[in-house]
Design a protein. Sequence first.
Length: 440
Amino acid sequence: MALLNLSPRVRKILRYVAIGFFALVVFVFAFQLSFPYTRVKERLVDSLSDKYDVTIGDVERGFIPGRVYFNDVNIRTRPASPSEPVTTMLIKRLEVDVGILPLLHGTLRVYVDAKIGTGDLNATVWLPGFGKKGFRFEAEGKGIPGTGLPMRAALGLPMTGKIDLSASLDLPNEVPKVGRPVPNWKAASGAFMIACPSGCTFGDGHTKLKPLVKNAGQQAMVGEGIDFGQVNIDSLLAKAEIKNGKLDVTKFDAKSKDGELYIDYSMTLDKEFGNSVVAGCLRFKGSDALLKREPKTFAAIQTTGAERRSDGLFHIRLTDHFSIMKRLNQECGANAKTNNGENFNTGPAAPPKLTVMPDEPAKPPAPPAINAPTPAIPIDAGAATAPTAAPPGAGTGGARPEGEAAGSAVPPGEATPRELPANGTLSPGGAPAGEPSRLR
């Protein structure tokens, strides 16, 4: 009844608004039904071709605008060198949903629902300002097969078992005065969790362990890889947290009859992730059961270069910046200083502090010794016969000590005479040529 009392002008405005809204809805649905998602599939494969071999079975458009389904997605890593492991990830069905309403606020939101084996992986990505302001995502996975995750590329060995995981990260951008926005890891926040409730394994008995090394010398020592069998994990739970400019592993609990493993890890984040400072410790050992079942694996664990410490475990200390992280054979853990007093601060170095010592007071000259013999002026062999003039005003009647040449006497308190010039000549008064006589 209230609408019947509206003025003709208001009813006309509402009519135009309804027509515009209806036209927008028709356009969105028409765009969804006519959009060439096959071209999107080809573009996606081409964009990942540098590092991955990607094959996609078929593409289905959803009824909801912005939604599309990719079936039978196979992602295979393309190693840069023959020594790098190859990882294959199989996704039965991948749903991608681009939110329409967030686009009106300048935010690109993409929702991903992937069916990996018998497990599910859900993830949502937000790009505020279409990526100019930063990046944020949340992900949760349940019962994902270890063979469907890129664990071989991360650990160097294949993994089996059901994996549960969750992750969240809020990474804002820093906008410099000149240039493009860059991620600021010091302002990041988030949390990560990965768990294997039971029955996980590392290694398959024939894949060799190829650790990531930094130089050709270490690569030559590794060769084609290290023989590694299979390690059984009864249960695994690891948690990490990012806040207040630090990344800390808050919990690591691994139970296995094949050995023990303890991880302490912390990072002081820098604006650039590679410059973050690492402070960590790995402590591990193999069990007697592993020695009996997998002697090669036991030997690989024993020959990492680390020494057995007082707690019966092998220790490897992690230190330095993340991009050049060092793995040192040093004792670490709760009973040792993690950084051993090292400072990897990337800021400007403080100026050195200098202590100015006061000048020592001048010492008075020592009194001349009584009846001390007068040192003679050294004379070159070529000038031994050169005549020496007597100093002006010197007395002629006094006798000189035997063996002392005329003009060679030095008054008390004078310094030891200098050697003569190379030509061996003396100026009057016993001084070198070109200098006034020091005799008075």
